[in-house]
Design a binder for this molecule. Structure first.
Ligand code: AHR
Length: 307
């Protein structure tokens, strides 16, 4: 496709394939590993030549990767922005080079929506609301204060901002729910454990942990067990993603509820990329379909789970 009219690239594949430059966030979580696999496998089966980079959770690395894709004159750039702000300059450079950009998984906060063609991914505010609603339903008959600690995702990232916002929108309606501590665990297991250890030392009574992803919840489970408490009983845990290890912890009763966030974005991304390169119209926003899991539902779903 490189060299065709309507496409930005002219330095791409010599065999007529679309060339996509994909700037991934990193390899911080089970979700991310599954997402990378989905993108790589889907590119292969869709006949898209993929140039892939891992930014190790650093915005400057993603910007460098995008600039290198512009220099290489790829046909389309896709990326999952590590944080929401600070993208306008590099997105303008892509636009000037006539290379279409697709946002996948995470959003940017640019006012100029013409800097990218479409945004494919979850509704993170909705995910936060689902987490909050489960909690409200669990405590509907109680009168005591419910002490919540929150493990936030990467500071400044769309999922951290939106999952926090959605959750707060729901729980703040009832004064019994108090978020007594909230800190980033950067979406990693190691940081989730470390921050939860600090939460446990500083707060003698924690009723609920809301973790913005399964990996941080899994790290926190180690911290809770290390402190001689029983996850799922002494402290209820709600998390987001529904990756295999999270679902196993849910089925084992250590996590109480998981809001699904699907990493399997590859097939839809390749479809959108082909359309965008041909100059066809695509929707501004494509929202991923997702569900939630209780402990019983996790037991049923686990055998057929792909990631
Ligand atoms: O952007 C999606 C989030 O990023 C996932 O929920 C989290 O696990 C990942 O690191």
């Amino acid at each position: 496709m490189a060299g065709c009219s309507g496409s930005g690239g002219s330095g791409g594949s010599s065999d007529g394939k679309i060339v996509m430059g994909f700037a991934q966030v990193g390899a911080e979580s089970g979700w991310r590993t599954a997402n990378t696999k989905s993108v790589q496998e889907s590119a292969k089966s869709a006949g898209v030549e993929l140039k892939f980079s891992d930014a190790q959770q650093k915005q400057e690395n993603q910007i460098k990767a995008i600039r290198s894709y512009i220099q290489q004159k790829v046909d389309v750039i896709a990326f999952s922005p590590v944080v929401e702000s600070g993208w306008d300059t590099v997105l303008n450079e892509a636009r000037n080079a006539k290379i279409p950009v697709i946002l996948t998984d995470r959003a940017v906060d640019s006012q100029d929506k013409s800097l990218y063609k479409t945004f494919l991914g979850s509704d993170f505010v909705e995910e936060g609301k689902k987490a909050g609603q489960w909690l409200v339903d669990q405590y509907k008959d109680g009168t005591d204060q419910v002490n919540i600690v929150q493990l936030e995702g990467t500071t400044g990232s769309a999922p951290a901002n939106d999952r926090k916002e959605g959750f707060e929108q729901v729980v703040s309606a009832d004064p019994r729910f108090k978020v007594i501590a909230s800190q980033t665990g950067d979406f990693t297991r190691a940081k989730g454990k470390e921050v939860m250890e600090a939460f446990l030392k500083a707060n003698p009574k924690i009723d609920v942990l809301y973790a913005h992803n399964d990996d941080m919840a899994l790290g926190a489970i180690e911290a809770i067990e290390g402190a001689g408490k029983v996850p799922g009983k002494d402290i209820k845990i709600i998390s987001v993603d529904a990756v295999h290890d999270g679902m196993q912890a849910l089925a084992d009763g250590k996590i109480s509820f998981i809001v699904e966030c699907s990493p399997l974005l590859g097939p839809q991304l390749m479809d959108l990329a082909k359309k965008v390169v041909k100059g066809e119209q695509v929707p501004d926003r494509v929202v991923t379909e997702e569900t939630t899991f209780t402990q019983e539902q996790a037991k049923d779903a686990l055998p057929g789970r792909k990631y």
